[in-house]
Design a protein around this ligand. Structure first.
Ligand SMILES: [Zn+2]
Length: 136
């Protein structure tokens, strides 16, 4: 799988009818409901504190680090937050379901990198920009 930087693209939460276990999450990037959960990050921060405690649980292990709040990646700009990583079977790139507390409300959204165009489209665009007419 191609590694991509995680951009801040917020997406609305959409659910499918599911498969007998209740509604299933739908990928905000491609619309598939074949999502696999991965690492879970818990951001523990007192209101506007300079540091945030970030606990990551992944593959049976847990690690906690205290980091500068502005660099923590916390979905909440002022308090606690949770991020659950997902992989989609139908598209590539990082994808996180976020829960963030802000001013007494709790908000749920997605953070993900945008969908990449197929390699052939990228090649065509690069050729158009460079003016290079050579066939690769
Ligand atoms: Zn997808």
């Amino acid at each position: 799988m191609m590694k991509q930087a995680l951009s801040v693209f917020c997406g609305e939460l959409r659910l499918s009818v599911g498969y007998g276990l209740g509604p299933a999450l739908i990928c905000p990037r491609c619309g598939s409901d074949y999502l696999h959960s991965g690492a879970v990050k818990v951001y523990d921060r007192e209101e506007d504190a300079a540091e945030t405690s970030v606990t990551t649980v992944n593959h049976g292990l847990a690690a906690t680090h205290v980091v500068e709040s502005s660099k923590a990646g916390n979905p909440s700009s002022r308090r606690q937050g949770i991020a659950v990583a997902f992989e989609c079977e139908e598209c590539e790139g990082p994808l996180e379901l976020l829960i963030a507390q802000h001013k007494g409300g709790t908000f749920v959204t997605w953070r993900y990198a945008p969908r990449q165009p197929p390699r052939a489209v990228i090649d065509t665009l690069e050729l158009a920009v460079s003016g290079d007419r050579k066939v690769r």
